[in-house]
Design a protein around this ligand. Structure first.
Ligand SMILES: [Zn+2]
Length: 366
């Protein structure tokens, strides 16, 4: 993600526990540890991208080093807090294993533990995307974790906890960060829009949030991309789609109609026409699978509409309910499975639309 797109993310990054909302369970346990003075030497924060792992790590680092803590909260005013907030604390070491592989991270780990902290109470090492640490760094880390100096706290963050080696993860206290829900992200973005004077229609904001897939950082980065296009008239869903290069949900709705009615020739023409117009087949398949899954949920119970489609427009919702009525349950499940298969094959196909065409033909067979 480009640095330019992270301006809003940095500007509105929470600086204390009370502002860090959306992961209540994690916050509650961590605050309690700070209050009771029972912090661990190593933490593993795992979960979806952009859900607050490193933000929480920084607030935690501040709280355990704060000279004037109020309850569990860092004061954000004492020299320790200010050092960390201004990014100049030498005792807070952040390593991004995804972009910083090898020698540097081993060095950072060794330096990190060699001396007691110079200024802060604890040396805090935040290792982002820790599952990507090089072998040497992993070994160095393991060695330190076997006999950690009392002044060191490790916070390992990862989007793929299953790839962490067990000898390391078993030494960590584990916290899981879940995807953030639509309403929560909407709340945050509305605050930003108000402060930054960004005018945007509700539909447009909903579309942006849907495309961020539960990641607040992604949503803020996308909002950042819109800033240059802000004017006196509010941005519409169409504007957002165009600026962010999102596929049009109406295309998924249209293809679903064709599939529900088993119109083979029309389906082939639909694909051919849209491929010619430059439709990104992989992206389109992802969206269509997501949409059909929602139809399946609606088929099971129409009262699931708010769970299945929290952010769709009323027009799309009405259409989806009708399609759920028409589409046979068995065929719906079969079509979904075939499209998922096609999605994988699309990456390797020299004719990008071919796996989709074959999947559709197969879905029409009894
Ligand atoms: Zn402080």
């Amino acid at each position: 993600m480009s640095e330019n797109n992270l301006v809003l993310y940095r500007k509105y990054r929470p600086q204390s526990f009370k502002d860090f909302v959306g992961q209540e369970q994690v916050t509650k346990v961590i605050m309690n540890e700070i209050l009771t003075g029972s912090i661990s030497h190593a933490y593993l924060f795992s979960g979806h991208r952009g859900t607050g792992k490193t933000t929480m790590a920084r607030i935690f680092a501040k709280a355990i080093n704060c000279q004037n803590r109020k309850g569990a909260e860092p004061c954000n005013e004492c020299p320790s807090c200010r050092e960390i907030n201004e990014g100049r604390a030498i005792d807070l070491i952040e390593v991004d294993a995804a972009s910083n592989r090898g020698i540097d991270e081993v060095k950072a780990l060794r330096e990190g533990i060699r001396f007691a902290p110079t200024f802060l109470k604890y040396k805090v090492l935040i290792l982002d995307e820790a599952h990507q640490l090089s072998k040497d760094a992993t070994n160095a880390l393991l060695k330190i974790m076997e006999e950690p100096p009392s002044y060191v706290v490790f916070i390992l963050a990862t989007t793929e906890a299953n790839k962490m080696i067990p000898t390391i993860s078993s030494r960590c206290q584990k916290f899981n960060f879940h995807k953030l829900n639509h309403d929560f992200i909407a709340q945050k973005l509305n605050v930003i829009c108000k402060a930054e004077k960004i005018k945007i229609e509700k539909d447009a904001l909903d579309l942006l949030i849907s495309s961020a897939d539960g990641s607040l950082r992604d949503a803020e980065a996308k909002m950042n991309q819109l800033i240059n296009f802000v004017s006196d008239t509010a941005l519409t869903a169409g504007d957002v789609r165009e600026i962010l290069g999102l596929s049009d949900i109406n295309l998924a709705v249209e293809l679903t109609d064709i599939l529900a009615q088993k119109q083979k020739a029309k389906a082939m023409k639909f694909i051919s026409d849209n491929t010619e117009k430059g439709l990104d087949i992989a992206d389109f398949l992802g969206m269509t699978i997501d949409y059909l899954r929602k139809i399946m949920l609606l088929k099971i119970g129409t009262e699931l509409i708010d769970i299945a489609m929290p952010s769709e427009t009323n027009e799309v919702k009405e259409k989806a309910l009708k399609q759920a009525e028409v589409f046979e349950e068995k065929r719906l499940a079969k079509t979904l499975a075939l499209l998922m298969d096609a999605e994988n094959k699309t990456k390797y196909s020299s004719i990008p639309q071919l796996p989709l065409e074959l999947a559709i033909i197969e879905s029409f067979e009894d």
